[in-house]
Design a protein around this ligand. Structure first.
Ligand SMILES: Nc1ncnc2c1ncn2[C@@H]1O[C@H](COP(=O)(O)OP(=O)(O)OP(=O)(O)O)[C@@H](O)[C@H]1O
Ligand SMILES: [Mg+2]
Length: 235
């Protein structure tokens, strides 16, 4: 579903990503782990089109999207939950979801899709429809950001550290919901995470990044050993 081929990217003259080759297949939950500052967010931003690659290509559902504008990538079916969540703090839960419908819609979307469909996965949000987003807990804000991306009915959802600033028991809940959505509607997920419990719980495979490179690719069976994962994060 998603392939990056020899992708290099950065900011101005600073090269951050070098020769990134990853693949995400339909229906998979693939994680990317790596220490702070190794380029995980830069990779996600390259995939959604906020950063132009210097070298290499990105393919999504057989389209070469390397030079495509970000909004066209969203229309093709790439959903995105940014690090820090990017919700509108002064707007209510419902208003945030309606904006999600406007900005994330892609061409095949069922136009009747409403916040109701998101509430079915996140009942806590339904209880708080009129609450201002800024007054919600970190976990609820993370749920809102995910729900807002889901309203666009993406085929691939990119999540950049959804567990950041979220209590451990709520991280587990969010993980279970992601897994449920993956199972029920076969949503493909590319997840940047530093929370190893979450990765072990939901990821089918994992790439390890260090200094702008992919340095390891781990299968599900290799994710069970948390000590091994910790070693990768301590490269
Ligand atoms: N807008 C920018 N302009 C210049 N350099 C940037 C910019 N954004 C990020 N960088 C640099 O790119 C490198 C990779 O940053 P990136 O945010 O991709 O890392 P990360 O792995 O997501 O880190 P974290 O785990 O802290 O979120 C860092 O050295 C960072 O300082
Ligand atoms: Mg980041």
């Amino acid at each position: 579903m998603l392939i990056t081929k020899d992708l290099s990217a950065g900011y101005g003259k600073t090269v951050i990503l070098r020769n990134i080759n990853i693949e995400v297949h339909p229906g998979e939950i693939v994680a990317i782990i790596g220490r702070n500052g190794v380029g995980k967010t830069t990779l996600i931003k390259s995939v959604i089109g906020l950063i132009k690659p210097l070298i290499g290509n990105i393919y999504f559902k057989d389209h070469k999207i390397t030079s495509l504008e970000a909004y066209k990538r969203a229309r093709l079916g790439i959903g995105y939950v940014p690090q820090g969540r990017g919700i509108f703090p002064k707007l209510s839960v419902e208003e945030n979801l309606l904006i999600g419908k406007l900005i994330n819609s892609h061409s095949n979307i069922n136009q009747n899709k409403s916040p109701q469909s998101a509430y079915s996965y996140f009942p806590r949000l339904q209880e708080r429809q009129s609450q201002k987003a800024e007054t919600m807990s970190g976990g609820e804000q993370s749920m809102l950001a995910i729900a807002r991306a889901l309203i666009g009915q993406p085929d691939l959802l990119l999540l950049d550290e959804p567990s950041e600033g979220v209590q451990p028991n709520v991280v587990a809940q969010i993980g279970s919901i992601i897994e449920q959505i993956n199972r029920e509607i076969e949503l493909t997920v590319l997840l940047v995470e530093q929370n190893l419990d979450l990765i072990q719980h939901i990821a089918h495979r994992c790439y390890v990044m260090d200094k702008g490179n992919i340095v390891a690719s781990l299968e599900r069976s290799e994710l069970a050993d948390q000590q091994q994962l910790i070693k990768f994060l301590a490269i």
